[in-house]
Design a protein around this ligand. Structure first.
Ligand SMILES: [Zn+2]
Length: 126
């Protein structure tokens, strides 16, 4: 995944000048490999998930619907890109479980998707 160069926001410079403590909160999730991600959107529409996925974004699948406590099954950016080319994902409902899609972003600007059971995306989420 290509990293886009980022300029330093004015607020960050102002904080450094003022010697203020960093506002960085702990990461919401660590993906395999250790990169940290922060929650961006908690309930992304299936159509947007497909659009985001087309660009090739890795995805973590919470296959049991516990919210990821027992871990995610990981799909590569290539697998997600192929799924997005073939189908729009669907979120469902099963008992008290409501499926949803979540978007996270790293401080470097890379996106990460999470899918919480019950959800389907062609043959990707099984
Ligand atoms: Zn679980």
């Amino acid at each position: 995944m290509a990293k886009k160069p980022r300029s330093v926001p004015f607020e960050q410079i102002a904080q450094q000048v003022a010697g203020a403590p960093s506002v960085s909160a702990p990461f919401d999730l660590r993906a395999p490999g250790g990169r940290g991600y922060r929650l961006l959107e908690n309930n992304v529409s299936p159509e947007r998930v497909r659009d985001i996925g087309r660009d090739g974004v890795p995805l973590g699948w919470d296959a049991c619907g516990c919210g990821g406590d027992c871990g995610y099954r990981w799909y590569s950016a290539e697998q997600v890109s192929r799924a997005a080319a073939a189908a729009t994902p669907e979120s469902g409902r099963s008992g008290r479980l409501v499926g949803r899609f979540v978007l996270l972003r790293s401080d470097e600007g890379d996106s990460l998707l999470l899918a919480h059971h019950p959800a389907r995306w062609g043959t990707l989420l099984e």
